[in-house]
Every structure is written in C-alpha cells, then in structure tokens.
Design a protein around this ligand. Structure first.
Ligand code: BGC
Length: 386
C-alpha cells in the first residue's frame, strides 16, 4: 500500500513538520510528549505520517494560538445545550481562539454537514455532542485523517475511530442518582408502599439515554422484583419507555395514555424521568388527569424545574454544571494547543471500535433539602430559591 511504501519518508516529513511548527510558536515537539499523553500523542507514526501526507499536522504536536475550534451541538432544546453554546463561545474566545459553533436541530445530516464545514474551515479541534452517537463515523474519520482532534462533549461518540476523548458526567451514575431519588422521594412523600410508578427514558439515539435508564434500573429493578414498586403498565424495557428525540410533547402524550389506560381509578405515586423537560411534561399530564402530583426525578437543574423543586412540584433533579464541563473541555483544547496532547483520562469506555478516554465529572442530586447548598456557587439558580 502506498502509505507503507513511503512510510520512512513520511515519518521524516512528519518530524520536519513538527519541528517547523515548534519553530513558529506552536508549542512543544511531539517527541517530548509526557508518557501519559494520549491518545493523540501515543498515535502510531503511521497515523502521524498519514496526517502529514494530507498536508496537516496532528494536534498532538500543538497548533497556533488563535486557531479555529469547532463546536457541534445536537440541538438547543434543553437548557444545558443553550448554556454550552454560550459558555463555549465565551470561554474559547477568552483564550483567544476563533470559534465556530453550530447546533443541528436534532438532525443527523445537518450535523454531518456542519462538521464537514468545520473541517473545511481549518478547525484544529472539533467538539461534538452528537445527535446520534453512532451516525457520525465517516465525517469524524475524515476529520481524524485531516489531523483534527475530536472530543465528544456530554455524549459518547460511538462506532468510530474518529474520537480522541469524551468529556462527560458519569451517565450510569446519573441514572443511579435518579433511581435513588425516586425511591427516597416515595418513602418521604407517599407513605408506605407498595408504590405505583411508571418509567421514562430519553432519546434512543443519544448514547446517554440507555445509560441513564440502566443506572436507574439498577436501583429500581430489585424493588420491582420484591413488590415495593409496581409498574402497572408493565413497560419496563428501555425501548418501551424511551422518548423519541427527548421531545417533551411526546413524553406528555405517553403519560396521558398511561394515565387514562392504567390509572383511571388508581393513584400514580412516582415516575422516573430522564430530564427536567420530560419531568415537567409528566407532572403537567398528571395534574391534568386529576392525580395528586407524583414524585418525579429529573436532570439538568433547569431554571423552571429548580423553581418547581423549591415550590414542591417536582421532587428532584440532577445537576451537571455546564460551566464545569465546558471548562474541562477548554482545558483539554489548551493542552492540545500547547502540544501537550490529551491529558490523563479518568477512565475509558469501548465505543465499538476503540477504547475512548473519558474525562468524567460527578453529577449531583438536588432536592429541596439540599438545593441551597448545591447551588451555593451558582447565583443564578440560587436566586430562584425564594
Ligand atoms: C444530556 C442531558 C439533556 C438531554 C436532552 C443528554 O444527552 O446529558 O443533559 O437533557 O441530552 O437534551
């Protein structure tokens, strides 16, 4: 193969290119990468050579200050993504980078095109929160071949070699917190069991959604098995409970059907909800059906839900502060820019094609009881607690 034939020449070219980049202020040489820098710094010389062959430089060798960074978000339908859009812009611009940020309105082809244009516009790093974790393989591999670093943001990039790391809050842990909050809330607010509950999952294309559900079910399933919890609809598989595109309206109409189908003469005590928008849809449907408000879990600490938690309408949420996640991503970009490669990861996960480094932050469960404490450093949310 052509690449093999020209391997030594290409390696030599790569080294010259690296030295050249260092000379123009791009940071340290790839050869001085710390041991734990990976995966970019640890890439084989074949890959480095391949990148050089296409006329670009692996980011492990550093790149110019003020370079272009692409940020591709799945949609702006929940508060966390709107915050991410704003905070990436502010934080990256403060570091002197040029930023291209686009959101894909939950449409895979739109996201593929947006990433394609970030590649064409010379992005050195592309941050991706995928609409569908497994549908970006080829465009990400194209970016990889062009020597661009690719970092998954909040959601895993599946089934592709085109990913250098993922920054996220533990998704199984998030689900465990949601399941435990539901159980605690039932015991606190609904007297002695057994309790009637229903289960909701997030958008099936989002790799987080099955993990949130799995984490929650690890807590809830034993209680279903021992009869403490009863799911009257019998719908306990993720596929039955998922909410297409994380669409609140779809969740609300499923809740309407569950209530009219199984609860016309029974009380529903609790509902597992994968995020705050869906939690509010579930609560609204319950109120409209004349139910007393069930204990409902959530995620994102969206402003409206923080207010509902404070007024007792929604039981819990899970906070995963966007500024911290964006900050962590920006630190990785700065490390790449300086030629220090990917920092040491917290853990790794197999995405179907490779083990991906994961940079993980801890999610925090929030109820009325600990809300003041949880938002002590978040003046905006703190101001909602009144
Ligand atoms: C995010 C949640 C968000 C959901 C819908 C998930 O991947 O982790 O924070 O609520 O997508 O946008």
């Amino acid at each position: 193969m052509k690449m093999r034939k020209h391997l030594s020449l290409l390696i030599a070219t790569a080294m010259v290119a690296t030295v050249g980049l260092t000379g123009c202020g791009g940071g340290r040489k790839a050869t001085t990468e710390p041991e734990d820098s990976k995966p970019a710094a640890a890439e084989s010389s074949t890959q480095e050579a391949a990148a050089t062959e296409s006329g670009t430089q692996k980011p492990a060798a550093g790149f110019k200050e003020g370079a272009t960074i692409g940020v591709s978000l799945p949609w702006l339908g929940t508060q966390n993504w709107k915050e991410a859009e704003e905070m990436f812009k502010t934080q990256l611009e403060a570091e002197g980078f040029k930023v291209i940020i686009q959101a894909a309105d939950n449409k895979v082809p739109q996201q593929q095109q947006q990433i394609e244009s970030m590649i064409q516009n010379g992005a050195k790093v592309i941050i991706v929160g995928p609409v569908d974790g497994s549908q970006l393989g080829s465009v990400l591999e194209e970016a990889e071949a062009a020597g661009i670093a690719i970092i998954g943001y909040d959601r895993l990039l599946e089934n592709t070699t085109g990913v250098d790391g993922v920054v996220q809050f533990g998704s199984i842990k998030t689900g465990e917190l949601q399941g435990q909050a539901l159980l605690d809330g039932l015991a606190k607010e609904k007297g002695k069991g057994p309790y009637n509950i229903e289960l909701f999952g997030g958008g099936p294309a989002d790799p987080n959604a099955p993990n949130f559900f799995k984490g929650a079910m690890s807590v809830l399933q034993p209680k279903i098995d021992d009869g403490t919890l009863v799911v009257l609809s019998g719908q306990t598989d993720f596929t039955q409970c998922a909410t297409l595109d994380w669409d609140n309206a779809k969740a609300q109409s499923r809740m309407d059907s569950l209530l009219s189908g199984f609860y016309s003469d029974k009380e529903i005590h609790g509902v597992l909800s994968p995020n705050d928008g869906i939690a509010r849809a579930i609560i609204t449907a319950s109120e409209q059906a004349g139910q007393s408000i069930p204990v409902v879990s959530g995620l994102d600490a969206e402003n409206e839900s923080v207010e509902w938690i404070w007024s007792g309408k929604q039981y819990s949420t899970v906070a995963k502060p966007t500024d911290a996640l964006v900050g962590k991503t920006v630190d990785i970009i700065k490390s790449l820019q300086a030629g220090n490669g990917m920092p040491k990861a917290d853990t790794s996960v197999n995405n179907g094609k490779k083990d991906v480094d994961v940079y993980e932050l801890p999610p925090i469960v929030v109820t009325k009881e600990n809300a003041k404490e949880a938002f002590a450093n978040d003046p905006d949310r703190l101001s909602l607690l009144k």
